[in-house]
Design a protein around this ligand. Sequence first.
Ligand code: SF4
Length: 410
Amino acid sequence: MSEEKKTSIKKIRSAGPMRDLMADYFRELDEAAKTGSAKVAWCTSVGPAELLRAFGFRVYFPENHGAMLGSTRVASDLIPAANAIGYSPDICSYLTSDIGSWLRKSTPLTKAYGMATVPKPDVLVYNTNQCRDVQDWLSYYARELRVPICGIQTPRSLGDIAQHHVDDLMAQHKALVPLLEQVSGKRFDIDALRETVASSYRCTTLWKRVLRTATHVPAPVTFFDDTIHMGPAVVLRGDERAVRYYEGLAAELEERIRDKVAAVDGEAHRLYWEGMPVWGKLREHAELFMARRTCVVASTYCNSWIFEALANKDPFEAMARAYAELFIVRNEAFKEGYLERMVRDYGIGGIIYHDAKTCPNNSNNRYGMPGRLASKLKIPYVVVNGDLNDLRLYSEEQARTQFEALVEQL
Ligand code: SF4
């Protein structure tokens, strides 16, 4: 058994402003859906949020709701309701828990923000860059609520992004405009889109600065903190309030570095988390590693909201490139190179691969990558079976044993 130390998770001051910001975001959505003061668009997490915001839509992200269902540990109880109407227990558990939540008329938004229900959409917009499940997920609501749906089909498993990919994706983004004009009742304004993309780029740059603070030894922040603080980067990119929030968070973490404050006291080991978080077990995982003076300093998941290509002057090209360059869209060779760079940049001593049963798209252990990288990088790894939301697919005992075995090898 590795050395275990009694310790507690260090509070990040910015958590207060973040809670206020998220509360404002949900209040505005609720108000828009109830009163019609603004139109509501549902968007997939790496969908064209900037385009929607440029039309003045309040933008809601079902995956964010999925993560709430996971972290509040109600997902496993709701999934069977979606299974009962034909959605397999093997497909995305964000999808099944979210549809289960809809069918059971039960959402954690009620307790957290006093919302009776999720905000009803006026339009549903997806990008299949991450998986096909998102299209099927929003299609359910399109049928159920008789709401128009549109989206972007992105090719997967890309190596280099070629100009023909970009041209096709730009054309697909532009093709969304007529429907969005019709639903929003507004003419498309290229300047509004430019401003929104520029704001989104400022947000992403600051989010990167936040994540990169963990290249410092000891790290001022952990992956488990990042999963909480990424909220505004997901749901409010393109809104200046997210920019202001990350200015504060980045400054706080840089202050921790100057004051020699570590997220994990006596940090002895540094790990990388590949794959989805187990949302219902974040606190347990954070405490388990902290007690072993181990900091999970970086992850593919949190880095997925860094969109460098949003710097492009043409807002359509910016979005087309940004949402095609994502890790999840790329081929094995790209992913291996990416992980190698992360291991080097963050001084990683070992890798945890989370094999999420219901999300093959974010489980990168299934085609030999852990073995190939281990022999190249000479660092240990572990593959933990589990799931993002369905805790029936996760064994606490087994995971704990595996985490401890990995730390022992470091
Ligand atoms: S990428 Fe995975 S977790 Fe995300 S929506 Fe698709 S299947 Fe679900």
